[in-house]
Design a protein around this ligand. Sequence first.
Ligand code: KIV
Ligand code: ZN
Length: 504
Amino acid sequence: MRRIKIFDTTLRDGEQSPGCSMNLQEKLDVARQLQKLGVDIIEAGFAASSKGDRDAIAAIAREVKGVTVCSLARCVKSDIDAAAEALTGAERPRIHVFIATSDIHMKYKLKMTEEQVLSAVEECVSYAKTKCDDVQFSAEDATRSDRDFLCKVLSAAVKAGATTINVPDTVGYATPAEMTELIEYVGAHVDGIENVTIAAHCHNDLGLAVANSLSALSAGAGQVECTVNGIGERAGNAALEEIVMGIKVRGDAMKLECGVDTAQIYKSSRLVYGIIGYHAPKNKPIVGDNAFSHEAGIHQHGVLNDRRTYEIMKPEDVGINNDNMALGKHSGRHAFEKRLNELGYNPGKEQLDRYFEKFKELADRKKDITDRDLEAIASEHTRGTAQYSLDRFAVQAGNRSTPTCVIRLIKDGEKYEDVAIGDGPVDAAYKAVDKIIDPPAHELYDYAIHSISDGKDALGEVTVKLKTENGSITGRGLSTDIIEASILAYINAVNRLLERTEEQ
Ligand code: KIV
Ligand code: ZN
């Protein structure tokens, strides 16, 4: 078995995609979870891109040990300086320098000739090497680059000190057979390749990212780049959970292994989805609700006799706990804490107090509190600090009346009340909130409602996304009452918008 390295770029390539932005606290939570998951490298951000990225990289570098922490940098000295500075506290820092090598990128994006790109690589990789021992070089759009030129650039990067060279399929254009061939070609034509690690970084535009990544690994790559849930630009990056389970379940065919603790996969997936305010499609491999469920009678019959008839892996392998022992109104704090711990959450005392209060509120409205409800409660803390909180609201709505909402918010102990009419009760509530807070300019571009568990008394989760001039903001609200969940989600988003505006 060949041990390959897992390079996670959820916090860089994933986070930079629309609707996936995270605040510092959330990035730290994800990094801590990635460490538990056992990835080898965490790409924590792109230091030169913003202060937020620099701060997050620095915080992760200081706190998350036992794993390589990496920052992206363009082939520009000031980017490399920013990366090196942000990584100062890292136990194992890595600078990841990239530049495009395809004709189309060089001509229309970089406006550079081949010679200019080549000398930028020589200069910048050598410069990065003076700042950090571990330097990765990526040839952006490698799969559409001229092969001879690509190998020339990669050879120059190795000569200048790169210890990992990455072959990205930036636009998700390659096929698995082409990826195999390209990695073999690089392995045969890059000078000094035997002393460095070859990496693959595949995007999912044609739905081939995982297949291409596995082909690259089988062809000799020693590192694979991926994101939790496959989040990333456009159709996303290769999904970590699919690559890792592919290696685990079909290690016999691929002769590969990695250091990921697969029992942490489900929790990592839920954490990332919870933060970005999305849900796994039901049929998503590994982490979707239906990934392990069997509906057809003939399948159920087979599984009851022997699970292996229709299951190639067990839910427990990825940390899905189907025990689902429900808690209820009479469950005490001890049982609540015990169940949270069993689900992998270990809140501190203050956090536990808050969760328990929420649990009690929910138990008054809902008979059985399931593991899904508990996970929803326990993932709420990442949503940022609250300046305004909801005190009370009243809505009036009907098909023949004008929807109206009276709302009272609290900030620093003061109560603020206002009333508004709207196109519906949610719109009226949001207008009333706007009248009280007068938030910075934004556009509400996404509103989604999702039921956390089954049944008519299910906990509803509302996610709203606001577009602002500095990127998007996600707000989330939980309640058995969907109007309340909608209001909580909007207040949460507006609080985060205020927080971001103050930071800036
Ligand atoms: O897709 C890509 O080419 C990248 C590089 C910066 C590695 O994300
Ligand atoms: Zn990418």
